[in-house]
Design a protein around this ligand. Structure first.
Ligand SMILES: O=P(O)(O)OC[C@H]1O[C@H](O[C@H]2O[C@H](CO)[C@@H](O)[C@H](O)[C@H]2O)[C@H](O)[C@@H](O)[C@@H]1O
Ligand code: UDP
Length: 491
């Protein structure tokens, strides 16, 4: 069987002593690689005088982790600069926050070429290459230029906006258009997929079938929606176990009989934390009967701290949290506990299960695994309520049970919070059961399996004509054909 060769900026090297990576890509790829044989290649997270000539190798079971250091200029231009000050805001629909510099774009191409050179030296002829996320879009172009004919897939973990916004990116055809060098490009939702299809057409591509196959120049690329997920069953078990630990018991005791509202997000402007705090403040102002009967715990590990927009947000949110507690708190009650620590996923599982309300209100999010983890962690007999932004990639799958909110409408969010706090048990159970059925069916294994099946080489025409719709590995709605991603995943 061929190896899977994964390439991404972040690599989660197993280390029992280390804190979990507070980011969905590492969590998802880690889970998807379980039980497979392969290589995971990427950045070590370290800065050195010069980029590593050879990767540092760690072997664990059938997996090899290979990571390289970057030099400071690479880190600044590629990661802090082009990836996180240009691509991240534009792909999250925030063109207003993009800070473009030509030197950053050069650094982005340079680092992608460094990554491609390392992959080129190690990849075997029949390896299947799976590249992840916006940091690494040009990797396939460089590999093709080095003569590699492997099947190469790409998965974008963040949103893909409409072509009109992509075109705001200087030299977009070389960056986003470089995705056409892959055999398969996967997105989180049908909307992201369709936006990219329309963008390809602006570059002169033509759709050549109803399943997302495009011709562009002399190449063919297939596009599809593959909503990323979690190890649902294992996470539910982890939560049941966590509840019995002394740590979670003492946390729950610290709340007294108050209801727990929980938010868990990297400190990122895409997560809508200021708007969420305003919604909580509105609830405090308009529902005095809830004073001292609820506590909002917002867990927010710091992220990308060298990027100015993140540092600014950090100051803003800390100030706002202080103001809320100053205005509404009492000597014996802190309405908001705002924490910047990174917690293990076991601790998070326990927090989720202890919570009465999960507040997940990004302004835009590729998927948001926290929403799915919250659902998986609940006690089905007495579940908490998920309040979810319509702009999270998870919304098409979880709108069958979550209270869906517009994060730009503060009063609406405050009302949803109150409804969640007051929701009767029967309704909570029914809503949770519907969401849980979706996350059980569409778990991380399904995500990896469906993507990798769609990446397999096309079957010869004779084999294709004998395949029935039932035996086809990829439901047609996932590829280009109609309807939201939720069409196939809701059960
Ligand atoms: O690597 P960092 O710069 O520290 O950032 C952490 C990760 O953030 C983003 O995660 C995305 O992937 C999740 C899983 O698919 C998805 O649920 C979420 O909506 C995305 O924002 C980023 O895309 C990753 O590359 C980062 O590693
Ligand atoms: O203190 C923390 C906060 C978050 N996470 C994990 O980080 C991931 C965040 O993924 P998500 O898709 O919600 O957002 P991202 O940070 O990737 O944008 C989830 O699996 C969380 O369990 C964690 O391990 N510790």
């Amino acid at each position: 069987m061929s190896r899977l060769f994964v390439v991404s900026n972040r690599v989660a090297i197993p280390d029992p002593g280390s804190k979990a990576a507070a980011g969905g890509l590492a969590v998802a790829v880690n889970a998807a690689l379980k039980g497979r044989s392969g290589v995971w290649f990427g950045w070590s997270g370290n800065i050195a005088e010069e980029p590593s000539a050879e990767p540092t190798i760690t072997r664990k079971g059938k997996l090899t982790y290979a990571v390289i250091d970057l030099k400071d200029a690479d880190f600044q231009e590629y990661y802090n600069g082009f990836a996180n000050r240009v691509l991240w805001p534009i792909l999250h629909y925030r063109v207003d926050l993009a800070e473009f510099q030509r030197s950053d774009l050069s650094g982005y191409f340079r680092v992608n070429e460094i990554f491609a050179d390392h992959v080129s030296k190690t990849v075997a002829k029949d390896d299947v290459v799976w590249v992840h996320d916006y940091h690494m879009m040009p990797v396939a172009r460089y590999l093709r230029a080095r003569g590699h004919t492997n099947r190469i897939g790409f998965f974008l973990h963040i949103p893909m906006p409409p072509p009109e916004l992509i075109q705001a990116l200087p030299r977009h055809a070389e960056v986003i258009g470089a995705l056409s060098y892959y055999d398969l490009v996967g997105f989180q939702t049908a909307t992201d997929r369709d936006n990219f299809g329309r963008y390809l057409e602006t570059l002169g591509a033509t759709a050549i079938d109803d399943d997302g196959l495009y011709q562009i120049g002399n190449r063919q690329v297939r596009i599809g929606a593959f909503p990323v997920s979690i190890e649902t069953d294992a996470f539910a078990r982890r939560a049941r176990h966590a509840t019995r630990t002394a740590y979670i018991k003492s946390f729950r005791e610290s709340l007294g009989s108050r209801k727990l509202i929980l938010g868990v997000d990297r400190l990122d402007y895409s997560k809508g934390i200021p708007q969420r705090l305003e919604a909580y403040e509105t609830l405090l102002r308009t529902a005095p009967e809830w004073h001292d009967r609820m506590t909002f715990v917002q867990i927010t590990p710091k992220s990308r701290t060298q990027v100015p927009e993140y540092a600014e947000m950090d100051r803003f949110i800390s100030t706002k949290a202080g103001q809320i507690n100053g205005l509404y708190g009492d000597v014996a009650w802190t309405p908001l506990r705002y924490v910047n620590k990174t917690y293990s996923r076991s601790a998070l599982a326990g927090f989720y299960r202890a919570a009465n309300v999960g507040l997940v209100t990004p302004l835009r999010d590729g998927m948001n695994l926290v929403a799915k983890e919250f659902v998986a962690a609940q006690d089905p007999e007495d579940p908490g309520v998920l309040v979810l932004s319509q702009f999270a990639g998870a919304a098409p799958e979880l709108s069958n049970g979550a209270l869906i909110v517009n994060p730009h409408e503060i009063e609406g969010m405050a009302m949803a919070l109150r409804r969640a706090l007051e929701m009767p048990l029967d309704e909570r159970r029914a809503r949770h059961a519907r969401m849980m059925a979706v996350v059980m069916q569409n778990d991380i294994d399904a995500w990896a399996r469906l993507f990798l099946e769609a990446l397999e080489p096309p079957k010869p025409p004779s084999a294709r004509s004998s395949a029935t719709a039932e035996t086809s590995p990829v439901p047609p709605a996932l590829l280009r054909g109609g309807g939201p991603a939720s069409n196939w995943i809701q059960v």
